[in-house]
Design a protein around this ligand. Sequence first.
Ligand code: E4P
Length: 218
Amino acid sequence: MKFFIDTANLDQIREANDLGVLDGVTTNPSLMAKEGIKGVANQREHYLKICEIVEGDVSAEVIATDYEGMIREGEELAALHPQIVVKVPCIESGIKAIRYFTQKGIRTNCTLIFSVGQALLAAKAGATYVSPFVGRLDDISTDGIGLVAQIVEVYSTYDYNTQVLAASIRHTQHIIQCLEVGADVATCPLGAIKGLLKHPLTDSGLATFLADHKKVNG
Ligand code: E4P
């Protein structure tokens, strides 16, 4: 399973990249706003900075919601850097735009996926990735990981190439569950990735090793 980091924060992207396990980055308009990045020129410059840090795919979301606007914006974003994947919301104009981008060889991430039907339309349009939002479904007492599992199974049954990118991951256990159900990618906050490292037996075991070493070696 590939690991993407779900942030527009350059320090966090660098930290995850330095761990040596990062395969890409996802951003969205809220994450860009959180970093205080205003204006089209600054946002595009920021995407380029992210592409300089990581080697993998970087999702950049269109703001337009009409077909022509999405096409214009998506083509501009894709032209910025070969690592850019155009992120498009799962609405009617978005599905049409994904079909257009697919025919042009522009890679896409169909976002705001909350049902297997939406994932089906995105795959039929040729999306490179679909992003089911696990945490936001859990927030409304619906099984987010269950949706990821359902999409993985449907894509496998019908041989769709679209990759399942589990998004809205809130904690380390979500990552483990994504592994178990066969997600292609999980995009996670830095804390959830680092949470995978933690085990009290590792900490106590290391403390004992170092103490024993010190007893003999001073
Ligand atoms: C990433 O692609 C999504 O936009 C993001 O994971 C949404 O996460 P949230 O539900 O925590 O805002």
